[in-house]
Design a protein around this ligand. Sequence first.
Ligand SMILES: NC(=O)C1=CN([C@@H]2O[C@H](COP(=O)(O)OP(=O)(O)OC[C@H]3O[C@@H](n4cnc5c(N)ncnc54)[C@H](O)[C@@H]3O)[C@@H](O)[C@H]2O)C=CC1
Ligand SMILES: O=C(CO)COP(=O)(O)O
Length: 391
Amino acid sequence: MAATDRLNLTSDILSSSMKRSESSASLTSLDHPYKVTVIGSGNWGTTIAKVVAENTAQNPTLFAPEVNMWVFEEKIEGKNLTEIINTKHQNVKYLPGITLPDNLIANPDLLSACEGADILVFNIPHQFLRRIVSTLKGHVDKKVRAISCLKGFEVDANGVQLLSSYITDELNIACGALSGANLAPEVAKENWSETTVAYHIPEDYRGDGKDVDHRVLKALFHRPYFHVSVIEDVAGISIAGALKNVVALGCGFVEGLGWGNNASAAIQRVGLGEIIKFGQMFFPESRVETYYQESAGVADLITTCSGGRNVKVGKHMAKTGKDAFEAEAELLNGQSAQGIITCKEVHEWLESCDLVSEFPLFDAVYQIVYNNVPMENIPDMIDDLDAFGHH
Ligand SMILES: NC(=O)C1=CN([C@@H]2O[C@H](COP(=O)(O)OP(=O)(O)OC[C@H]3O[C@@H](n4cnc5c(N)ncnc54)[C@H](O)[C@@H]3O)[C@@H](O)[C@H]2O)C=CC1
Ligand SMILES: O=C(CO)COP(=O)(O)O
């Protein structure tokens, strides 16, 4: 069967017929194999680069096997991290103990790492996105497609923006998102998990086999141990991914105080309500169903509040009396607990629209992290008005 026949489906049919178990083995690219670059090499950046490089090696008709990974260069015992990754095939600082595929190439030069790429996978702590994007500006062809694996928002005087929309606006390229219940160390060890990829087919879509669509994205990210569901709701999965980090800090506080599972569940209940409310208020295009039907919703909230870095930082703060930045530095060896910045960004935004009182848990987390409000006050702070308007 000719490749054109195999791919003779519209993008709408492709996306609506996407099944969780669907095989992508018959996909080919008609133009040239898509070249993929991963921007970022932290705990999740390296893990996703491993996933992607495994898939590109297995699908050489669809993808160029070699995957570049941009690395923020640093010295480890006098040696460049890129050199260590390219010779030992291990990211000894951010993902120690995990062997990386040898078709994954670390590159410290952002522009050269992205040169010729058809698909850019952004995966860095979100506080560094502005600088990365400003370096890339003017160097990315508008045919390039992108996926953001970041969890956070871009907040400025104009409002709160999804990071995928920020990438689209700044670089003039279509950008979707990947988000799910995905603690990186577990995915890196190839323990089974699920994730959600969301992508809107752009208006300048070039046609089946010539452009990135839902099946290409599934082929890029799906592994036997990493099951991908591809949907349209970029806003829903991005909101859930960003805000669960704030809720997880709150869970860390009550756990660190020794209050146990019931208290943690209460924080998650209120947190979920505030996440959904935030989505409905500021991103009405997001779907409430996404939060409970997709890995990127409640499942991500649960896993992050059980074993993520944000909950660890919150717990450490409660146990030691250290502030959030000290706790992050002591525990994470250069990794980032994104809830610390996200709770500030969200608070600034809510304050600017006079809506802080509608989100008592987000406010409580912010007050504890930035204004030294005692964490023991959380029950009273969120009891006043919960996300459903109950007193
Ligand atoms: N680690 C995880 O389990 C998961 C993380 N995420 C999200 O993925 C995104 C990336 O997280 P991770 O890869 O875990 O990062 P990380 O938390 O491991 O951060 C370390 C990375 O930041 C880089 N970095 C440090 N200073 C920098 C600078 N000035 N400019 C650019 N980069 C710099 C380091 O080189 C390193 O690659 C975050 O938004 C996170 O919330 C999403 C799912 C799972
Ligand atoms: O996003 C994550 C899991 O899906 C990781 O959460 P942490 O950043 O709290 O480790």
